[in-house]
Design a protein around this ligand. Structure first.
Ligand code: G1P
Length: 303
């Protein structure tokens, strides 16, 4: 049983988390360990997403998963044997850590049998939505958007302007070809822009701006109709970007919230290491020692 939509802060019940990718940039680790389970200090990326979804008031995480990635779902199952052992040994802190993921949110699996693209993955989640859901959130687990709270701000933008709202960051023009890029116009708010169009991974010279999509979407339910209409796009895949472009062409309002905090890309080793250092330095137990160690290392490499 799910709660009626009125009982959800921000009217978001379901967060879709595409997690079916092969993690090729992270091999060999991802040969058997799903990328979403790699820890930032001690917490898997997927649990950080679950925490963000729960604080948005969502109660369902629709995880798009591939046949060989069952470990991601297992992270949201109770583990009675381990819990019993930890409890018998009085390890309360560890017990709370084991129980945390399933307590945060109800995770449901949506299997994507073949890698047909982000648009295809998101489209599959329609099957688990309730009838009273008019808006759905998508969070890409590769992207950590910090400080958290961007989705809440996006929900406020939606309340003001209606339609769909995406999170954006500015990147140097030479990096735009890695992202969905926005064609934008001002709308009278500092951190909000109206989207005139969106294009997936254009060359720098064709890019309409250097404002790019960063893994957080608040989408009107109409997105599923648009996803049914699109044809394979960039890379031969069904692109979420193309469905959003279609919504805009149909006159549907789309805005971006420009995020001015940090964004970590957990999807490649370079971004992942940065996230580990960032969280490691802020960690109450490991932070001090890590700072000392890094300072020493840097001094050595300078001399
Ligand atoms: C996806 C989206 C892209 C977006 C990016 C953010 O690309 O297709 O529009 O800008 O996530 O991380 P991917 O990184 O999966 O290739």
């Amino acid at each position: 049983m799910t709660l009626p939509i009125q009982e959800h802060k921000y009217a978001v019940k379901t967060v879709i988390v595409p997690a079916a990718g092969m993690g090729t940039r992270f091999l060999p680790a991802t040969k058997t360990v799903p990328k979403e389970l790699l820890p930032v200090v001690d917490t898997p990326g997927i649990e950080m997403i679950a925490e963000e979804a729960a604080s948005l008031g969502a109660t369902r995480l629709a995880i798009i998963t591939a046949p060989k990635k069952q470990g991601v779902m297992a992270h949201f199952d109770p583990y009675p044997e381990l819990e019993e052992t930890l409890s018998e040994r009085g390890k309360e802190e560890q017990l709370a850590k084991v129980r945390r993921a399933p307590e945060l949110i109800k995770a449901v699996a949506v299997e994507q049998e073949r890698p047909l693209g982000l648009g295809h993955a998101v489209g599959l989640a329609e099957a688990v939505l309730d009838e009273d859901e008019d808006v759905v959130a998508v969070m890409l687990p590769d992207d950590l958007v910090l400080p958290t709270g961007a989705m809440e701000k996006m929900a406020e933008v939606r309340a003001q302007f209606g339609g769909s709202v995406l999170c954006a960051v500015e990147v140097p023009l030479e990096e735009v070809s890695n992202y969905g890029v926005f064609d934008i116009e001002e709308c009278g708010e500092d951190h909000v822009k109206k989207v005139r169009g969106m294009v997936e991974k254009p060359d720098a010279e064709d890019a309409p701006s250097n404002f790019v999509a960063t893994g957080r979407y608040l989408l009107d339910r109409e997105i599923f109709d648009a996803l049914r209409k699109i044809k394979p796009g960039k890379g031969g895949e069904l692109q979420l970007t193309d469905a959003i472009e279609l919504l805009i062409e149909d006159g549907h309002p789309v805005h971006i919230l420009v995020h001015d905090g940090i964004r970590h890309d957990l999807g490649n080793p370079g971004g992942y290491i940065r996230a580990c250092v960032d969280f490691g330095l802020k960690h109450p137990v490991y932070g001090k020692g890590l700072k000392h160690y890094i300072t020493e290392l840097l001094a050595e490499s300078d001399s």
